[in-house]
Every structure is written in C-alpha cells, then in structure tokens.
Design a protein around this ligand. Sequence first.
Ligand code: EPZ
Length: 417
Amino acid sequence: MPVLNITGGPVSGTIRAHGAKNSILPILAATLLNRDVSVITNCPDLADVRSSLKILRHLGCKAEYADGTVTVDSSGVTRADIPEALMREMRSSVIFLGAVLARTGRADMSRPGGCELGTRPIDLHLAALKSMGAELSENGSDISCRASRLTGTEIILSFPSVGATENIMIAACAADGVTTVKNAAREPEIEDLQAYLRAMGADVTGGGTSTVCINGCMDKLRGAEHRVMPDRIETATYLCAAAMAGGRVTVEDAVPEHNSAVLSALSEAGCEISARRGAISLKRYKPLRPVRPVRTMPYPGFPTDAQSPLMSVCTRAGGVTVFTENIFESRFRHVGELARMGADIRIEGRVAVVFGVNKLYGARVKCEDLRGGAALVVAALGTEGVTTISHLTHIDRGYANLTENLTALGVNITRTP
Ligand code: EPZ
C-alpha cells in the first residue's frame, strides 16, 4: 500500500490549480444529453474522473482521456443501467441519474450508498425527478426510474443540495416546458455546469443564484467544448498548507471570489493574502492566530470541503478555534489522526473545539476520507519530523499531482509503494 512521507518545514513557490473535480463530474454526466462529440478540457487525471469515464463507456459512449482533455462521443448510448460496482466506485455517481433518464427514458442503478461523511441520502434528487413525471420503484438498494416524458415544473428544494440541483438541471433539459428550481445550490460548479449546458444549446439561466430556470429543448442539443473551472477546494487546500507550513505560495489559475470565506479565515489566522485576476498569493511569517467560530454552510458560506484543512492550520494557532460542521453528519474523522500528531481537539456532536498547541509531531496516520486526508498532509507540513500517511486512495480521488506540487513548493515529500 503506497504511503506519503512528509517532513515538516516552510514552503515557497508557485503552483497551478487543476480543473475542479466537482465540476467535471456533472459535466461528464451531461454529455449524455447530446448525440454528438464533446471535448472537455482542463480535466485532472483523478480516480473519480476515470470512474465517470467507465460509466459512460458502460452506457455505450466512447470516452477517452488524454493530457487533461476528455473526449466523449455520446452518439451511441445503448444502456440505461449502472452496475452496483461502478456506483460504489464513486459516491457521486448518482449525478448520472438525471442524465440517463433524460437520454433514454429510464435509469436503473443502485443507491450510491453512504460514505465516510455519512448516509448521503438522495431523497431530494428522487422527489424532484418524480415531480417532473418520473416513475420510481425501489427495492432495497436498487432504484428503477421510468419516464416516457418529463414535464417542466416548479421545484422548491428544502436544502440547497448541489447534487440535486445538478440532477434537476440536467433532467430538465429533456423536459417539456420550463423547470424552475428554487432554493437551488449557488456553488460555482453550478455555474460551470450551466456554461456547458448553454454551450450545447440548452436554455438554462440563473446558475449560481438561488433560482435556476431550464427551458427543455433536448432535440436541439449538440456536442460542445468546455474548459472546466479551477478547483476552489484544491486551491483552498494549498493555501492552508502554506498557512500551516509558513512561507509563501501563489496558486495560479485560481478564482479569488470562489474562496472569499476561506481567504477571510486565513487572513484572521495571521496570513497575508493578495489576490489578482487568476491568482491568489498567501504569505505567513507571523505566529498563527485562532479564528472566530467557523460554521460550514452552503456557498457562499464557509465550504465544508475546506473545514478539515483549516482545522489542521488551527491546531497550531495560539488559542481556541470552534468549528461547527453543518453540512455532513460525520466529517470529523480526521480529528483522531490529528490527535496522534499532538493536536488537542474536543468533539461535541457537530462541534469541534480546537485548542492550539505549540508543536505537532510527525506520526504514522491514515486517511479516513478525501478532505480529511488532505488535512493530514496540511498538518504534516507544520510538524517537527516526518509524517507517514497511508490509505492514499482517498486523497487520489481529489488531488492530482500532489507530490509534484508539494515538491515544487520545496517540501521534502516522497511517495513510496
Ligand atoms: C457535493 O456533494 C460535493 N460533491 C461535495 O464534495 C460537497 O461537500 C457538497 O456538494 C457540499 O458542497 C460533488 O460535487 C461530487 P449536497 P453533494 O447534496 O451533492 C443532504 C468533496 O469532498 N442531502 O449539497 O452530495 C446531504 O446529506 C465532496 O469533494 C439530503 O439530505 O452535496 C448533506 O447533508 C464531499 N438529501 C447535504 O444535503 C439529498 O437528496 C449537502 O449535500 C441530497 C443531499
């Protein structure tokens, strides 16, 4: 099993953000809406991207990945089922539900199942598709959807679910009439999906706001080219790494306004941040300070995906920082591993209280989930000694070229088989 060996110490240098994992996945599903060829650029070579291509090939598409570009020929979709093994490979595979239903009029898949973050229900996805005319039958973990036709309607989401918003946008492209999504997720990835749908010729407006309108027009959709937006969570992770390690980092091809909440917290922690069009620079030479209570919220609030990397930073702050995780029911799995490195954190339900300590020590730790694993990498940069991190498949889902990037920042890191 491969492990990362990281020696703590300051960083210095420039890296470039990859394309956003959480934008690529719904866009790849949306390629099923046309019977043409789409070219998606700025795609990092991630496990979740490879899993999505496997699903597209299973459905009958031709899907190739080369040098950051994904080419999908969706002219020949021949199936409407996604086998359980593929559903389990990538938890967010439920994003294919709306696309397969829109393309074929049916969709058979198993529930994606829970993951390290909790049960991950999909009730909002299913209720929305049902309100558009889909007939759903469930037996145990299998879901069968049938929709000879989908009809536009008004959908009010009880929670601004990112995945549900995306599934509705995609399915509504095939519906007769207008679908309005209220209390829609406002994450930048929604805007990016809208940009690809519009490039295909779809009539979608409001992406990035609480109300998204889709006027169905399936038959006129064509293949399109789209460059995926930069990954704001990868960017936030590297900024936290520099905050923890001390020194400076510049992240090129980043979008400062996508990270406002994270930049505000890091500035409070004692970092000097400068942002210009297309890049964010962070310097930290002063001692880390605690941050006012951090509450994870839907965008534009503090992103749940950056909670654990920032928590790692706060383990070394000269005071107490309180985190409240409002989005997922189990997103503190990294705390036990941080404690092995000397961190002092108390968990009370959805609240974690971080008492800053003077030192963290290199230790053997393991990734429990994607962003929790990233938090261990961040923490390792602020320790005395060498930290060995195992169970890297979690990290490999969301961080391309991690070893190369940290090496470019001057970090002593090796990945051993
Ligand atoms: C997306 O997950 C992201 N994943 C997550 O990133 C991210 O943390 C999350 O949005 C929030 O920003 C992808 O885009 C692939 P949600 P998603 O639906 O769509 C509840 C990462 O680390 N909910 O907004 O699953 C749900 O249980 C990953 O890159 C329902 O109750 O998030 C959760 O508590 C992790 N019913 C909350 O809403 C539903 O039908 C947010 O979920 C759907 C969701």
